[in-house]
Design a protein around this ligand. Structure first.
Ligand code: AMP
Length: 219
């Protein structure tokens, strides 16, 4: 699996790192490829942490069905340096542009919640059908493997709010596109979609024409 950094503005991560910044100052902007350096982190260590993160995504062949190459992010999540770098980078690309982060069950939750905290905004869950306790709205959609339905609480977001939709993997794009539709049905605005890993060969971004989409890694 080779790594390619992509962003909404098609700025390579290397070009972001070339921006001059005094020691200890965050490098911001630059789309999803922009990395906020943690305290004491240099550009190089942030870059290395993202390289490490990418290397910690493993492929499980023929899971959950023959022919599917499942991208397992659990080794990445278990590594605090890699996990932190991923969250910082995904968050910084959207700083000041979102009011709410919506995470898609289940792995999207794991990324969306810390991204929301890093941005100082709230988190709302987008869940599989029948899991949310209060009144919901839902949509059905097709997956790379099978079909599914997702729901949000009707009062999860307000009409004036800009929502960032977060998930781990963009495959065919059905889940993210359905979530955008759901956010709009509930009455809010979609600021954009942010994923950790885009499977470019499945052309998922083509399902969301006109949407802002950032992917930290792409294969
Ligand atoms: P899709 O709707 O086809 O873009 O599928 C995206 C959703 O399904 C995300 O929530 C992913 O977690 C999951 N998913 C689909 N394909 C894969 C894959 N190859 N590896 C890991 N997760 C996947």
């Amino acid at each position: 699996m080779s790594r390619e950094s992509v962003s909404r503005e098609s700025v390579s991560r290397e070009s972001v790192f070339r921006e001059a910044a005094p020691p200890g100052v965050c490098v911001r902007g630059g789309g999803a490829s922009g990395v906020e350096k943690g305290e004491g982190m240099t550009d190089t260590s942030a870059s290395e942490a993202l390289d490490r993160a990418f290397g910690l995504i493993r492929e499980i062949r023929d899971y959950p069905k023959p022919g599917i190459g499942f991208k397992d992010i659990t080794p990445l999540l278990a590594d605090p340096l890699a996990f932190g770098a991923v969250v910082d980078s995904m968050a910084e690309a959207w700083r000041g542009q979102v009011d709410v982060v919506a995470g898609i069950e289940a792995r999207g939750f794991v990324l969306a919640a810390p991204i929301a905290l890093a941005l100082g905004v709230g988190f709302v869950p987008v869940r599989k059908s029948g899991k949310l306790p209060h009144e919901t709205l839902g949509v059905e959609y097709s997956l790379e493997y099978g079909t599914a339905a997702i729901e949000m609480h009707v009062d999860a977001v307000r009409p004036d709010q800009r929502v960032l939709v977060v998930d781990d993997v963009l495959a065919t794009g059905g889940t993210a596109a359905a979530t955008c539709e759901l956010v709009e049905r509930v009455g809010a605005r979609v600021a954009g979609v942010s994923v950790l890993l885009e499977l470019g060969f499945l052309a998922g971004r083509d399902r969301m024409p006109g949407r802002e989409l950032s992917a930290l890694f792409r294969v």
